[in-house]
Design a protein around this ligand. Structure first.
Ligand SMILES: NC(=O)c1ccc[n+]([C@@H]2O[C@H](COP(=O)([O-])OP(=O)(O)OC[C@H]3O[C@@H](n4cnc5c(N)ncnc54)[C@H](OP(=O)(O)O)[C@@H]3O)[C@@H](O)[C@H]2O)c1
Length: 293
């Protein structure tokens, strides 16, 4: 099976690259933004043909919620138009499209974990662009696709909350972190391996038209997550809880970002680790690689 991974120098793309050697029976073709712009239809079609592609895993995205508020053009070009380009090309060449989206398509007002069937009410430019990208994939007739919405993604690659906390933990004696927003972290490696399991079980004679939620199990606030990171990394930096009003940010963020993972677990027989369990593994891996002391 030939698999193209787009956005391969981003956080999730780098994670797929790191785990690819565990799946030697498949051929991976990693394309960074420089090598393949997903909004360029001719280039996307050509790359799929050259690679005799069976699956495209789209890790390319515009992910800065705050920058999208200042300049919506890039967010829509990648998150909406790029998704549509991939959908059209994948459909023409009979390729399965695995695409990622975000918990941000919900407004965070739900009292219970978000199921895939709940109404998406995106707040902010990036969330709207991501949802429109999803919808253009879903309405591409004949396309085989799996969309996975994740939350609070982190890994040893790229920029993310865990790495920011580790850096601040080294630089400061104390930090304040918001405790009134809850969700569930998603360890990128768990998500990438879940995709590998799905591909191993998928029947390529069938067409898939699925939207799923995937995060680690459990619930925490950003404060809880920060505290666990400091403890696990054995950093002495103290963490104090604050309210969101004390830490203003530009783009909108949902209060409640807990995803219900039941559908993806049931359909593909996945077992998803608790967020704290995966954090321990993530920090241990960074320690083994000399990224932290
Ligand atoms: N990060 C999170 O907390 C989070 C949470 C939930 C869901 N997700 C979803 O998970 C997916 C992966 O996120 P991530 O954290 O890995 O993002 P990321 O680290 O920002 O990586 C995105 C990659 O896409 C590349 N890219 C941007 N525009 C492109 C284009 N037109 N063509 C090809 N590549 C392009 C970027 O390259 P340049 O940097 O060179 O532009 C970057 O390497 C996204 O769909 C995101 O919406 C993320």
């Amino acid at each position: 099976m030939n698999i193209i991974v787009t956005g391969s120098e981003g956080q999730l793309g780098s994670t797929f690259r790191a785990i690819a050697s565990r799946h030697p029976h498949w051929s991976f073709f990693f394309f960074s933004h420089r090598d393949l712009d997903i909004s360029d239809e001719d280039m996307v079609a050509a790359r799929m043909r050259e690679c005799k592609c069976d699956v495209v895993i789209n890790c390319a995205a515009f992910t800065s919620v705050d920058r999208a508020e200042e300049d919506s053009f890039l967010s829509y070009r990648v998150n909406r138009d790029g998704a549509a380009v991939l959908a059209r090309c994948a459909n023409e060449q009979n390729v399965l499209l695995v695409h990622f989206s975000t918990y941000n398509v919900f407004n965070g007002a739900s009292p219970i974990p978000y199921q895939e069937t709940f109404e998406a009410i995106p707040h902010g430019v990036n969330a709207k662009a991501k949802l429109e990208g999803e919808e253009l994939i879903r309405c591409t007739t004949g396309l085989s696709y799996i969309i996975i919405r994740a939350a609070w993604l982190y890994s040893r690659f790229g920029k993310n909350f865990m790495k920011t906390m580790l850096q601040l933990g080294h630089e400061r004696e104390s930090i304040n972190v918001v405790s009134d927003r809850v969700g569930t972290p998603t360890y990128a490696e768990d998500l990438a391996e879940a995709v590998m399991t799905i591909l191993a079980k998928a029947d390529f004679k069938k067409k898939y038209a699925a939207t799923y939620h995937y995060s680690n199990e459990g619930v925490c606030s950003w404060y809880d997550f920060a505290l666990a990171i400091m403890q696990q990394a054995k950093l002495s930096c103290r963490v104090f809880p604050i309210e969101s009003s004390e830490f203003p940010v530009e783009g909108p963020r949902p209060w409640y970002s807990v995803l219900n993972n039941n559908a993806i677990k049931k359909d593909w027989g996945l077992e998803i680790p608790h967020w704290h369990f995966s954090l321990v593994i993530a920090i241990e891996m960074m320690r083994n690689e000399g990224m932290i002391g």
